[in-house]
Design a protein around this ligand. Sequence first.
Ligand code: SF4
Ligand code: SF4
Length: 315
Amino acid sequence: MAFELLRSGKHKTPLKPKPMEEMPHTQLGTDYKTWCDSHKGTHKWRNIRWPVLIFMNLLFVVSFVFDLAILEGSLSGSRLIGFYLMDPFNALQELAITSTTGYIVHLTMNFWIGLFTILIFWFLLGGRSYCSWMCPYHFLAELAEKLHNYLVKTKKIKEHAFHTGLRFVFWFGFIILALVTQQLVFENLNVVGIVSRAMIYGPGLLLFWVFGILLFEIVYSKRFWCRYVCPIGTTWSFVGKLSPLTIKFELDKCGYCRDCQIVCLVPHELWFVQRGKATQEVHYTGSDCTRCGLCIDTCAGNALSYTIKGWGTVL
Ligand code: SF4
Ligand code: SF4
């Protein structure tokens, strides 16, 4: 049973697509377009997620400005009410460096506690849920994406996609760079840390790098950093591989419109929504899913929902 829940079902034989009389719009007695449009403009989860993200990031700022020991540091490494938290990719780079210098035995207990606490926390919440619920760059990129989509829709630019495997090249590349240079090279390019520190301690020249990436995403490739580069997101997707909290898809409620895939940062995780692709009545999104809830908001048939695997729908 547990093993079955972890499998995506991608390699099974697809089920037959539903006939017209079983389509959700037919059962409701409405036409297809009216049915598809019925959830347009619904932003329930986004309207919960954005305030959570902004609140958590402002907590860093407020703690610094008013010298409160609530959430100190930045997203690269912090203390929550005195309790250490460590970004796992930052920790991996440090482990790579200290393992070659012999200093690994000198890493403090706080390092290990901070690392394992955050790993367990985000594992329980879905791994890459860190991206959509916590990362300040995600917030900026989500806004930039709207501009990008407008430019594509009005045919001013074309979309350029890359192979999603590219992020593994960057992930290994930054680990190897840390090993070779004995420096946290990625931290100089890490848009998450740059934005987080700029909010807390004030803007610096490195913000131009962030604006450059955002501009590239607007005019050339949608969500380029999060989709193809960010090793933090990749690390969280490893963590979320076995996470219990995920998105459940119910085939009988799906109308094959694929609106959910259009709004999704990682559309490959919703492969089963295409007509004739689902192999099971119920599918779960995989580890790249950021648990952002955009697909839930957009689905006219309520075919998608937050779930704890094996427990049924939770929200
Ligand atoms: S992939 Fe990286 S930049 Fe994008 S949301 Fe996740 S942590 Fe933030
Ligand atoms: S599958 Fe849904 S929850 Fe997951 S990233 Fe895509 S839109 Fe967000």
